[in-house]
Design a protein around this ligand. Structure first.
Ligand code: SAM
Ligand code: SF4
Ligand code: SF4
Length: 339
């Protein structure tokens, strides 16, 4: 039986970060020169992740997404996928990756039982990719996408849209995804920890995105769906479906059933939460499943987080956390919390 939080939201969705390290430095996520990394000895072992996922399943979670940092940097990741994929109560096991290491990993992930895959890709232009991600890796990502298309038909491509950076690529990205049998989802630029250069003027709203897609492709029809998934989906006249995640201008906190587990076992109730709850200590102290479930239930039932809505209500807003402050707590960063 799923516990309900203070706004009657169940706990259904868990994002599990498997590492805080990354092989890119996307300007909207990790723009700084230096980072404070989590101590390696603090990272949860696969058995510990497995035990915690079982407890979350007991509490009603049925969707898990592996993320990071870059999850493919975690050694032997398919072994973790294999442990999780065959749990009968886990309806959906997905992963989000930047795709750099995907070409060699896609088939292994599929064989290990991963259900669904999302690849992040913000531009199809090589120079722009290098400026945005600070590594010249577009070719490897494209090879990764081809490998993904072969084994994960209908996979997703997530694109963060930033004004003056890649907002002229909505139309080519729709065509690119369609050609690979993928579904692109455009994400509004968020002022999360790590986005130290964020400004309101760089946010391209859902309305603007729809207008520029419709100007090229013709009428766009919203799909009539009820789900707690953050993306609103739309259909073009030729049947192509794409999504928009309006996390900044139209937050979906009211239905948010998502929690996050960092690579070192901190349990976060919201992407914007200032503090998490340590699950590594009780796991390493040998607490049994019932004790862990009781602890997690107490934390979830006290949850009242509505981070993105509160940010929106501020009206005039700047970056959430300045770069100088981020160094005090690596958990405030999106790449550590698990985007
Ligand atoms: N490294 C993997 C990747 O990039 O797919 C997984 C982790 S990354 C933190 C997860 C997602 O968060 C990516 O799709 C990324 O584009 C998104 N993200 C990071 N910073 C963001 C921001 N400021 N606004 C919106 N989305 C952001
Ligand atoms: Fe980019 Fe993902 Fe790495 Fe962040 S964690 S810098 S979004 S690849
Ligand atoms: Fe959920 Fe927090 Fe995101 Fe709102 S801001 S949708 S409460 S994670």
């Amino acid at each position: 039986m799923s516990p309900l939080d203070q706004h009657a939201r169940p706990l259904r969705n868990l994002r599990v970060s498997v590492t805080d390290r990354c092989n890119l430095r996307c300007q909207y996520c990790m723009p700084e020169q230096d980072y404070v990394w989590l101590p390696r000895e603090d990272l949860l072992h696969f058995e510990e992740v497995d035990r915690l996922v079982d407890v979350f399943l007991d509490l009603g979670v049925d969707k898990v997404r592996l993320t990071g940092g870059e999850p493919l940097l975690r050694k032997d990741l398919p072994a973790l996928v294999e442990r999780l994929a065959h749990k009968p109560r886990l309806r959906d096991l997905a992963m989000t990756t930047n795709g750099v290491l995907l070409a060699a990993a896609a088939a292994d992930l599929h064989r290990a039982g991963l259900h669904r895959l999302t690849v992040s890709l913000d531009t199809l232009q090589r120079d722009r990719f290098r400026r945005l991600a600070r590594f010249d890796e577009l070719d490897r990502v494209l090879a990764g996408l081809d490998a993904a298309a072969a084994v994960f038909p209908g996979f997703k491509i997530d694109t963060v849209v930033i004004r003056g950076v890649n907002d002229d690529e909505l139309v080519p990205m729709v065509a690119f995804a369609r050609a690979r049998g993928a579904e692109v989802r455009f994400i509004e630029y968020m002022d999360v920890g790590g986005a130290t250069h964020w400004s309101p003027g760089q946010v391209v709203s859902r309305q603007e995105m729809l207008a520029s897609i419709a100007a090229h492709y013709g009428p766009v029809t919203p799909l009539d769906e009820t789900s707690s998934a953050p993306a609103d989906r739309y259909r073009l006249e030729d049947g192509t479906v794409f999504g928009i995640i309006a996390s900044t201008t139209a937050p979906f906190c009211a239905d948010c059933d998502r929690a996050r587990l960092t690579a070192d076992g901190m349990f976060y109730l919201c992407l914007y939460a200032a503090a998490g709850h340590d699950l590594r200590a009780p796991v390493r102290a040998g607490d049994d499943a019932a004790a862990l479930a009781g602890y997690i239930t107490r934390i979830w039932t006290a949850r009242s987080d509505r981070g993105a809505e509160q940010r929106l209500a501020l009206g005039d807003r700047t970056t959430l956390i300045p770069a100088s402050a981020l160094r005090r707590n690596p958990h405030w960063e999106m790449h550590t919390k698990g985007g």
